[in-house]
Design a protein around this ligand. Structure first.
Ligand SMILES: *Cc1c(COP(=O)(O)O)cnc(C)c1O
Length: 379
């Protein structure tokens, strides 16, 4: 089945009680049983909910997986993956990943005795070198936030397989429309569904997709035991969002490409980070594993000062100054003072995140309006 058809029909069947074409919001906490233990497969809504079940089926299908699980946020999904591990187990993670993932690993799980080793995963040999007999999980993100670095998923999957470790890929930036890590050998895919899957900046949610039934059982056990489940209304919103993922992503990609080239030719812009440029560090890998390059990018100003960046950030009229990404509306963000403010300046600069770096989440508005807005803001 082609993507467009799959996204529209994934997980949704006419409601058995009424024939409603759209899965209803089953706003209930419990289900009446005919006799103790005799029920229709639904007992208590932390464990099962029909709206969530439809969405989890959709999650599985859109990542070409057998199983999907929904969580109350992206970080709750990540939290469930780390709970597969025991004290003494080692995780090899990217040194350039979503700040909330880094915070969860270093501030919450490190104190439970899980060892985290951070390496530059854009060169797979760094992962190979970090493997120890205790390595249980490799965690990567590609493209990364905000520098759009690319890691070779298939190459990391083969390193993980040899080490008998699980590979989990945070696929939030690419979305399933551009990249499917399970097809490339990953064991788990994680998304912040808050971003492209929901797509309308109106819900917080996360998910995991996988093929292995035993892994699904372990994660389902964690999901119901720890309780980070999304409510039915939020599941409905993501289910609806997925139906237009392909249309939105097409436009995010088209607008993204035009704006990346516009910025690159702008006299006041020093550098543009976008994985669709042929001279991007890992362009060949991006081209191999992605179907397009998306609408996320960052750029630096020639006048590399926080003040100049802040002037531009406050001058846009259509781009809204906000954290998050992946919605229909365009957003502009200053990593140095917003999403990455918790990283000490010296460390941030060392990682390539300059004072004037500005991140854009290109929405699906008319691209001419967006370019006009950036033109007047950059000045
Ligand atoms: C937003 C985000 C997360 C965290 O997801 P939440 O839904 O905010 O909990 C994880 N990874 C990436 C790449 C993100 O952009």
């Amino acid at each position: 089945m082609k993507l467009a058809t799959k996204y529209i029909h994934a997980g949704t069947e006419p409601d058995p009680s009424t024939g409603a074409i759209m899965t209803p919001i089953y706003q209930t906490s419990t289900y009446v049983q005919e006799a103790p233990g005799v029920n229709k497969g639904f007992e208590y809504a932390r464990s099962q909910n029909p709206t969530r079940k439809a969405l989890e089926e959709a999650y599985a299908q859109i990542e070409n997986g057998k199983f999907g699980l929904a969580f109350g946020s992206g970080v709750a999904a990540t939290d469930a993956v780390i709970k597969l591990l025991s004290p003494g187990d080692q995780v090899i993670a990217a040194n350039d990943m979503y700040g909330g993932t880094y915070r969860l690993f270093t501030k919450i799980f490190a104190k439970y005795g899980i060892q985290f080793t951070y390496v530059d995963t854009t060169d797979v040999s760094n992962i190979q070198k970090a493997i120890t007999p205790n390595t249980r999980l490799i965690w990567i993100e590609t493209p990364t936030n905000p520098l759009m670095n690319i890691t070779d998923i298939a190459a990391v999957a083969s390193v993980a397989k040899n080490a008998k470790a699980l590979l989990c890929v945070d696929n939030t930036f690419a979305s399933p429309y551009l990249q499917n890590p399970l097809d490339l050998g990953a064991d788990l895919v994680m998304h912040s569904a808050t971003k492209y899957l929901g797509g309308h900046s109106d819900v917080i949610q996360g998910c995991l997709m996988m093929n292995d039934a035993a892994l699904r059982e372990q994660l389902y056990f964690i999901q119901k035991s720890c309780g980070a489940v999304p409510g039915p209304m939020d599941c409905f919103l993501v289910l609806r969002g997925i139906k237009t993922l392909h249309i939105r992503m097409q436009r995010h990609c088209e607008n993204g490409e035009k704006i990346a080239h516009f910025l690159r030719s702008h006299p006041k812009v020093a550098k543009v980070y976008w994985c669709g440029f042929e001279d991007h560090h890992n362009y060949a890998i991006a081209k191999k594993q992605m179907r397009g390059f998306g609408g996320m990018m960052s750029f630096e100003l020639k006048n590399d000062s926080v003040d100049e960046a802040k002037r531009v950030l406050s001058a846009t009229k259509i781009f809204a100054l906000a954290e998050s990404l992946g919605g229909v509306e365009s957003l502009i963000n200053h990593p140095a003072s917003m999403t990455h403010a918790s990283i000490p300046r010296a460390e941030r600069i060392k990682n390539g995140l300059s004072d004037s770096l500005i991140r854009l989440s290109i929405g699906i508005e008319d691209v001419e309006d967006l370019i006009e807005d950036l033109t007047q803001a950059i000045g």
